[in-house]
Design a protein around this ligand. Structure first.
Ligand SMILES: NC(=O)c1ccc[n+]([C@@H]2O[C@H](COP(=O)([O-])OP(=O)(O)OC[C@H]3O[C@@H](n4cnc5c(N)ncnc54)[C@H](OP(=O)(O)O)[C@@H]3O)[C@@H](O)[C@H]2O)c1
Length: 192
């Protein structure tokens, strides 16, 4: 059975936790208040927090995250302008996080699926697909198996450097939703 620890108790934390729990995984949530004091129980750790909050978690749990699969789900936007990403050009939040956690298996996932589409498991008439990028095949397979057990599809989007494209994709989808050109219950779907 997959074991998850999810940092955050917001929209994405609950959507991802609910999804993998449907597939039989155990899920521990660590709230902002508990962050720093609660021990990590899961093997797959999901950072379901805003990108600026990630550094505090790495600072508090860097050693405890060694050997774990760490899933970055952030869309690292400048939320003041909604017009740019805050990570260095050509890079990604996931690669920045991986550089700070050299002993963890960092994955990028869930940033291209709105929370509502993880909860409903559909985008329009299609089953939701979680795109996963990362450099560790075993970690990617374990996350893919957990989300598929929960009732959505997973696709291996390639190496962690593909997080750059996934973040561009997530950025575009967000701007479309903010402009009310797509609904928060919709967005891009994948036909494999
Ligand atoms: N919403 C979506 O559809 C969607 C889709 C793709 C990706 N994302 C990404 O997913 C992430 C979470 O988004 P969300 O919509 O779930 O936001 P949200 O509903 O505002 O939830 C954010 C959560 O992070 C918690 N938090 C902040 N700092 C923390 C810390 N140091 N330790 C533990 N928890 C902390 C917050 O706790 P408090 O409430 O106590 O401050 C809150 O529970 C963001 O990076 C976002 O870009 C969101």
């Amino acid at each position: 059975m997959a074991t998850f620890t999810i940092f955050g108790t917001g929209n994405m934390a609950n959507a991802i936790g609910g999804l993998v729990a449907d597939g039989g995984a155990s899920v521990q949530y660590i709230s902002e208040e508990q962050s720093g004091s609660a021990a990590i129980e899961g093997d797959i750790v999901v950072l379901a927090v805003p990108y600026p909050a990630v550094d505090a978690i790495i600072g508090a749990y860097g050693d405890a995250l060694a050997g774990k699969t760490v899933v970055d789900i952030t869309n690292p936007l400048n939320f003041e302008t909604f017009d740019e990403l805050v990570v260095p050009a050509g890079s990604s939040a996931a690669q920045e996080i991986a550089a700070k956690l050299p002993n963890s298996h960092v994955l990028k996932a869930f940033n291209t699926t709105f929370a509502a589409t993880l909860a409903s498991k559909t985008v329009g008439d299609l089953t939701t697909t979680v795109q996963i990028a990362g450099d560790n095949a075993e970690s990617k397979a374990a996350l893919a198996a957990a989300v598929e057990a929960g009732g959505v599809k997973a696709i291996d989007a390639g190496a962690l450097k593909r997080a750059h494209e996934l973040e561009a994709f997530g950025f575009l989808q967000l701007t479309l939703a903010v402009a009310e050109k797509v609904q928060w219950t919709g967005g891009f779907a994948v036909i494999a």
